[in-house]
Design a protein around this ligand. Structure first.
Ligand SMILES: Nc1ncnc2c1ncn2[C@@H]1O[C@H](COP(=O)(O)OP(=O)(O)O)[C@@H](O)[C@H]1O
Ligand SMILES: [Mg+2]
Length: 221
């Protein structure tokens, strides 16, 4: 589903050049749940952003669903990102002025879809994450675990084949983190979603299918 060929990423600032990723080769199968581990600064977020077409590698190729993304123009990249890929972040990235259901509907605004259909899809996504009783609440009225579940609903509302999660349990206690993992595992089983998750937590990583480790921008196992 995702294939990385010889990925290298150099961040160039005025004085310093940082080699964030070096010669990463990786294949993630459809329906696989992969964890990425490694110390702070080793390139995990950079790798995820490149997989999710949020950032471009300095060298190498990214294939999504067999298609090379190198030649994608901005519009095509944005379109593939919106339709095929869902993102989840450590700090949820919800919009505080919008209700739960309005937050979840957001990714569908870019599609030609009636507002009634958008609402229906958002409510279905919220049901999948067990938040049907909180649709009219605002993010500030929810616990961290509930906010992350809203973020997952928003990430899956468009029916993405790939879900990319950057330390999704990083701000949660182990009980809430476990609930988030249960939801992700359920998605893999029921919808055959491909998930790549960055985490620091061994017990969380061990609930996925496979773990890869990065150190200083290189894969070490
Ligand atoms: N936008 C950027 N500009 C310059 N350097 C960056 C940028 N983003 C990340 N880096 C550097 O790249 C390396 C990898 O960062 P990152 O992928 O965020 O690591 P991780 O997610 O594993 O903590 C770090 O040394 C970081 O300082
Ligand atoms: Mg990071």
């Amino acid at each position: 589903m995702i294939k990385l060929n010889g990925i290298e990423k150099v961040y160039q600032t005025e004085k310093i050049e940082t080699l964030a990723l070096y010669d990463i080769n990786l294949e993630v199968e459809r329906g696989e749940f992969l964890s990425v581990m490694g110390p702070s600064g080793c390139g995990k977020s950079t790798l995820l952003n490149i997989m999710g077409l949020l950032d471009e590698p300095t060298k190498g190729k990214v294939f999504i669903d067999g298609e090379s993304t190198v030649s994608f123009k901005d519009r095509k990249r944005a379109n593939v990102r919106n339709r095929k890929i869902g993102f989840i972040f450590q700090s949820y990235h919800l919009i505080n002025d919008l209700s739960v259901v309005d937050n979840v509907e957001l990714p569908l605004i870019y599609r030609t879809m009636s507002s009634a259909k958008r609402r229906k899809r958002a409510l279905e996504a919220l049901e999948k994450v067990g938040l049907s009783a909180r649709t009219k609440h605002f993010p500030s009225q929810l616990s961290g675990g509930q906010r992350q579940r809203v973020a997952i609903a928003r990430a899956i509302v468009g029916g993405p084949e790939i879900l990319l999660a950057d330390e999704p349990t990083g701000n949660l206690d182990s009980v809430m983190g476990g609930e988030i993992l249960d939801i992700l595992n359920k998605l893999v089983k029921e919808s055959n979603t491909t998930i790549v998750m960055v985490t620091h937590d061994d017990s969380i990583a061990h609930q996925s299918d496979r773990i890869i480790r990065l150190f200083d921008g290189s894969q070490v196992n």
